[in-house]
Design a protein around this ligand. Sequence first.
Ligand SMILES: [Zn+2]
Length: 97
Amino acid sequence: MACPMELDLVAFAKGELTPSEQEKVRQHLPTCVDCQEELDAVEELFGGIAALPSVRPSADFAARVTRALSADPEYAKLARETRRPIPHGGKRRPRGV
Ligand SMILES: [Zn+2]
């Protein structure tokens, strides 16, 4: 059965809760198997993410993505509808150009 406390265990694991919220979780954890298991899963996930190698995109990555998007009629239509210009290599064009 899911815990009715609805605690933010992700924020807890990341140390992003206020001290009083953090204390609330600390007091609740020993009393709730659901939250203990959830926190274990969150910490295992974070550990897995931390263990991943870092990846550097190639120098032309943004340009290749932009080219691929520009060639997609659906994206071009969406860009027109939202009035957002298709990005050019991550650089913004000045207004009116
Ligand atoms: Zn709980």
